[in-house]
Design a protein around this ligand. Sequence first.
Ligand SMILES: [Zn+2]
Length: 243
Amino acid sequence: MAVRNASAIETVEDAPSRNRILGALPSAELSRLAADLEPFALPVNTVLYEADSPISHVYFPTSGCVSMVNVMEEGAVEVGTIGFEGFAGLPLLLDDDRMPTRAFVQLTGSSFRMQAAIFQQSLDGNPVFERLLNRHSLALFNQAAQSVACNRLHTLESRCARWLLMTHDRMRMEPFTLTHEFLSYMLGVHRPAVTLAAGVLQRAGLIRYTRGKVTVLDRAGLEAVACSCYEVTRKNYERLLGN
Ligand SMILES: [Zn+2]
């Protein structure tokens, strides 16, 4: 199935089963949902929903990364990352239609989306689907909780390595595009500090970071530098959602 929408910057072959939640459904269940799943490209910076505004769709990424950020007077900080393992639109699962975070595309990819009302109807009589969504919601909450402690207690360099690994896990291609400005936003610090931290990782031969593109050169080395939060979060996702 080809992904096309008005703001698409690329057309790629895609299938709903490339999303881990949809892919884990029994084929009869996935077929039942398929008619209501609309292919939707995710060019970088696309806003999926604004803070405290009605959420019109649930999104199931098949590639790329969606970021949930809290925007405050003093600046913006990322509170959660969603890739092909999950879905964006949590309030619609929990009987609400909005949340105080904004969701936007941090790295270009593709998705399938479903209208809010149809999504909520589809939960009736589909316990397998609901259970998968619940388990992803818990994993996402745990990820956010881990980030609160991480932002307070761990060094910028180790947080930068953690974030690159989490992104690397969700990207289905290399190199991936990432400006220093964007990374500073994700890590909640000013750009010069990010330049310094990324420079340390690059000089250690762990990543190549040129012209805003990141290639992971030494995955094991990057894991050794990352704070313990990376492993804690990864194992939690594995336990809740399978390998
Ligand atoms: Zn940490």
